[in-house]
Design a protein around this ligand. Structure first.
Ligand code: ADP
Ligand code: MG
Length: 676
């Protein structure tokens, strides 16, 4: 029997039980050994019946009397009188008539269960019962509780793991011996024993520490190795030309912030290196990432390199194209826009221009990574809102250059430091933590739906002042068609009554792309006062004159999403407002109160991480890599330890190949996280 043996080989698992495990995606002995408990309950102390108090309890007793009676269809109650030297109590089981046969022998048993007040008396409810022996499985110990996947019951998992216990005891170590020693960790075998068969509650913490450390170490080692591999790749050398950069900065209608300057400097320095840049530009909404990318693109173009900028939506792509056009055309840099709506001959012409290098900056959506697009000399790749792109898509784009192009991923989703370290360990990070001068903090307020009339008059006042407003409708459920219905209904309602005298536009994902384009264009150029929209405006859209963001059913949105939406306003010197309307008049949720309280995306991301956990925010869909089983991203201390250890391991030159199991798992993570 070994870790890859099918579970059916284990004593006690027949075909039917095997199927149950398979449903929970547990196929091999190794799968089950690594299936860790979600919690533990302490039943390790035996209480004399005379001393028993309400709560979890284990007693050692004999069964004196036991009867089962049907109460109604589908419910049979078994009651027993249990006795030890100190006294007697009653136990009750629901639909477990077999207890009668089990307990009638008159032998001594352990009973572990909840002693509680029910049906007018204190009794032990549904206790597990096991004949007294040296190795109790379901009673008289710190009991592990397992996630019940597809009806898989905890007692069954405990029973099979008890069978596997000798094997767990013999499991080989997976981490280098030095690391175990220096970090004072349990051996792998002891850690798993501590999780499945803890002697004390303290054991569990030690076990968890070891396993979480290992998980983080693997993840961080993978990023370190990615970084090392990246360093071996040959990149384009793009020399820094001070007059060119100065001229670009000089023609801007504003002064760059200190943070923008630093980020630009980081990038220009990376351009000069022999290894390709792998950089994440993190900046809160409105911090001005686009112009930083524009500056770098200007430098690249001057040296004869093309830049490709990918954006997650067409709206955003065309907006970026326009922004870059404005920034770069004074220097004779040509900007092309390639999206799904560029068709036929126009598309062919654009392809040719890109292939021949006549267009130096190409902005587009996913269309950019289609096979037909060939670049002349792609030196710089910018990915806006990079969390919207998968690893595969990034690879596609990077394949289009003969050398590895420099890569800049921009994101407005602030990532807590602990998370950035684990997910983006191989990336260098620049942070725009400073908003452009003169911006007033957005005023955010939660409104009950009953006060709509008052709220609308506030919106109207802003429009009278010449400002513009967004009205965002949420997903009523997961069906996008219903989302469209709700946004259309809202549009009609506002247009026909409250805002009859205003110019209103409607925007949602199902509109044809030229229609979307047209509406967005109208809003940008001030031909519309109010834009009623779904969350398609969530990312990146930049209309500085808009000062009101009104969000319907705000409680249905995630915290980061609300912050993103709010970031659509507050982009000029005018005071901006964000109004969160709750779906019922119940008290606003903690999420809404946090958004109300703070404008700081990094703070909100930390809160979000605490409230929801990383799985949901940076979930599987976005970061396949971040599927942590046991480690918590809130545990910054352990992350720092694992980070230090991973770095030391790489520097020591110790060969990963010596540690077979570790190597294979690290490789798995490497495949998932690498950008190259
Ligand atoms: P984001 O980081 O959210 O992508 P953008 O790049 O869209 O932000 O910039 C937001 C707005 O701020 C744009 O209108 C841009 O022209 C403006 N902007 C950028 N940098 C500055 C600056 N240093 N001073 C004033 N306005 C700026
Ligand atoms: Mg942006």
């Amino acid at each position: 029997m070994n870790l890859v043996s099918p579970l059916e080989k284990v004593k006690g698992i027949g075909a039917k039980t095997g199927e149950q495990f398979a449903l929970a995606n547990l196929h091999t002995v190794g799968d089950l050994i690594n299936f860790l408990p979600r919690a533990h309950e302490d039943f390790s102390h035996i209480t004399a019946i005379a001393d028993i108090a309400p709560g979890k309890a284990t007693i050692k007793a004999k069964c004196e009397k036991i009867v089962t009676r049907p109460v109604r269809r589908g419910l049979r109650i078994t009651t027993a009188t249990l006795a030890d030297d100190s006294g007697k109590l009653q136990a009750v089981w629901f639909n477990q008539p077999y207890r009668e046969t089990q307990l009638k022998s008159g032998d001594e048993f352990y009973f572990s269960g909840e002693f509680e007040f029910n049906y007018n008396r204190y009794q032990l409810t549904n206790p597990s019962a096991e004949q007294v022996s040296d190795m109790p499985v379901q009673t008289d110990r710190v009991l592990p509780v397992y996630r019940s996947i597809k009806g898989l019951k905890t007692p069954l998992v405990r029973k099979i793991l008890a069978e596997l216990r000798p094997l767990i005891t013999m499991l080989p170590e997976t981490l280098p011996a030095d690391i175990i020693k220096d970090e004072k960790l349990l051996s792998r075998s002891n850690a798993l024993l501590a999780m499945h068969f803890p002697k004390t509650i303290e054991d569990i913490e030690k076990g968890r520490e070891r396993l979480a450390f290992e998980e983080l170490f693997e993840l961080l080692l993978a990023s370190q190795l990615n970084r090392q591999e990246n360093a071996r790749l040959e990149g384009w050398h793009i020399p820094f030309n001070q007059p060119v950069v100065k001229a670009f900065v000089k023609q801007l209608p504003f002064e760059l912030t200190g943070a923008q300057r630093l980020a630009a400097w980081d990038i220009l320095q990376d351009f000069e290196k022999q290894t390709p840049m792998n950089r994440l530009l993190q900046g809160d909404v409105g911090s001005g990432k686009t112009v930083v990318a524009g500056l770098a693109a200007r430098q690249a173009a001057h040296e004869g390199f093309q830049t490709a900028l990918m954006a997650p939506t067409e709206i955003l792509a065309s907006q970026h194209a326009e922004t870059l056009q404005n920034l770069l055309s004074p220097f004779g840099v040509r900007v092309g826009l390639l999206t799904g709506s560029v068709k036929g001959a126009a598309r062919q012409t654009l392809y040719r221009a890109i292939a021949e290098g006549e267009v130096e900056v190409v902005v587009g959506t996913h269309a950019l990574i289609q096979e037909a697009v060939q670049f002349h000399k792609l030196g710089f790749v910018v990915i806006d809102e990079q969390h919207r792109f998968g690893v595969k898509q990034r690879q596609e784009l990077l394949k289009k250059s003969h050398h590895m192009p420099h890569l800049l991923a921009m994101t407005a989703t602030p990532i807590p430091r602990s998370l950035a370290l684990t997910v983006y360990g191989e990336l260098d990070i620049s942070i725009l933590n400073e908003l452009p001068k003169g911006r007033k903090p957005i005023m955010t307020k939660t409104w009950s739906p009953n006060s709509r009339a008052q709220l609308y008059s506030l919106v109207d006042e802003e429009v009278t002042k010449g400002r513009q407003a967004y009205v965002i409708c949420s997903l009523i459920d997961d069906n996008p068609d219903n989302e469209i219905k709700s946004v259309q209904a809202e549009y009609i309602k506002l247009q026909n009554s409250i805002f009859k005298h205003r110019r209103i536009g409607l925007l949602h994902g199902k509109l044809k792309s030229d229609e979307k384009e047209r509406v967005m264009q109208q809003f940008t150029s001030g031909l519309l006062d109010i834009l009623v929209s779904t969350t398609v405006v969530e990312v990146g859209v930049d209309v500085p004159n808009a000062t009101v963001m009104l969000i319907e059913d705000a409680d249905r949105f995630g915290l980061s999403q609300l912050h993103q939406l709010r970031g659509r306003v507050g982009r000029s010197v005018h005071q901006s407002y964000c109004y969160l309307i709750t779906s019922t008049s119940a008290k606003p949720t903690q999420r809404l109160r946090e958004v109300e309280k703070s404008n700081d995306g990094f703070y909100l991301a930390e809160v979000d991480l605490k409230l929801r956990g990383p799985g949901e925010i940076y979930g599987h869909a976005q970061h396949g890599a971040l599927n942590l089983q046991i480690a918590s991203l809130g545990d910054t201390k352990l992350i720092a330890r694992a980070q230090r250890t991973a770095r030391a391991f790489v520097e020591s030159g110790d060969s990963l190949l010596k540690y077979k199991e570790l190597a294979s798992r690290v490789q798995h993570y490497q495949r998932l996280t690498t950008l190259n």
